[in-house]
Design a protein around this ligand. Structure first.
Ligand code: ADP
Ligand code: MG
Length: 299
């Protein structure tokens, strides 16, 4: 492509809400074979709500919700906001949490009203050595919630499993359509997430996604990307990664091409080669179509 055609194309893209940082990104994008999407905030709305809370025998729903929300009030994770909102909606008064600790990708812990409260994924519960009955007691429930695309969490109070809780973070209304458009262009679509595997697969099914890398810790997104790049077939694949969060910045930089959602965090935007002005994925197939049209007969 001539410098002029690239300038015209990037200018046209900008009018369509797709900002190319450099003209060379146009060619890398045209050659992408896999589009890997971050889940939370990229494919999904990113604002979960609490949908279920099932107390264990001997625990009352409101008691558990008040203690858990007291801890989550100190968290910056959207899951924390969902739980606090549910407690406020139920009219519960939240006590002060002390000795608060957040463990990225696992959950949160604190003391509330003299009680030890731990909230998070099953791996947090296992790492704290809580309740060996955890898996058997709530296993069927966790599977059901996961299959509905909800994220199951656990609460432990004073070292005893007290409840299974679920939050749901729905797809953005345009996500499935964007995935469909990518398929129509011959691309494979993958998803990378810290969420548990069952939930991740349910969301992937709803969106029509082909490949899932789940239970990725916040610092593991680059490794997940390498895994997608290697594929299974010996020949490495060219991967475009789309993300919005602070954790996505390393993967955006590492990918063959990084695409940031414009409503995402500044760090993600700064690490990307392409920025979508809209808050959804519709710009991804648009950008690829444009790169193909501009560079049609050029290798
Ligand atoms: P994602 O960005 O895909 O949601 P995270 O790495 O932020 O992934 O979180 C992974 C998992 O860790 C969550 O699905 C949840 O199970 C658990 N978790 C993280 N933070 C919290 C929190 N504040 N309260 C409860 N669970 C949490
Ligand atoms: Mg995200």
């Amino acid at each position: 492509a001539t410098p002029t055609s690239i300038m015209v194309a990037t200018g046209r893209a900008a009018q369509l809400g797709v900002l190319f940082r450099q003209g060379s990104a146009l060619q890398v994008l045209r050659d992408a074979e896999v589009v890997a999407l971050d889940k939370t905030g990229t494919l999904t709305v990113g604002r979960p709500t609490l949908t279920d809370l099932v107390p264990a025998p001997g625990f009352a729903r409101d008691e558990v919700l008040a203690l858990v929300a007291a801890v989550e009030r100190r968290s910056e994770h959207p899951i924390g906001e969902a739980i606090v909102a549910a407690a406020r909606a139920a009219g519960l008064t939240l006590a002060e949490a002390e000795d608060f600790e957040a463990s990225a990708g696992h959950g949160v812990r604190a003391r509330v009203a003299g009680r030890r409260v731990d909230v998070g994924a099953d791996r947090l519960m296992r790492s704290l050595g809580h309740d060996p009955a955890l898996t058997s007691t709530f296993a069927a429930e966790a599977e059901r919630l996961g299959d509905e695309g909800k994220t199951p969490l656990y609460a432990a109070i004073d070292g005893r499993l007290a409840a299974i809780i679920a939050v749901a973070d729905p797809l953005k209304p345009t996500s499935a359509q964007a995935v469909q458009a990518l398929h129509a262009m011959g691309l494979r679509v993958a998803m990378i997430t810290g969420d548990n595997a069952r939930t991740a697969h349910a969301i992937a099914r709803q969106a029509g996604i082909d490949e899932v890398v789940a239970e990725v810790l916040p610092d593991g997104k680059v490794a997940a990307l390498q895994k997608l790049r290697a594929g299974g077939g010996g020949k490495p694949r060219r991967v475009a990664f789309v993300g919005d969060g602070i954790n996505d910045a390393p993967a955006l930089a590492e990918a063959d091409i990084g695409i940031a959602i414009g409503t995402g965090t500044d760090v993600a935007i700064e690490s990307a080669d392409v920025v979508l002005m809209s808050g959804d994925l519709a710009g991804v197939p648009r950008a690829i179509a444009l790169s193909r049209a501009t560079l049609r007969n050029i290798r």
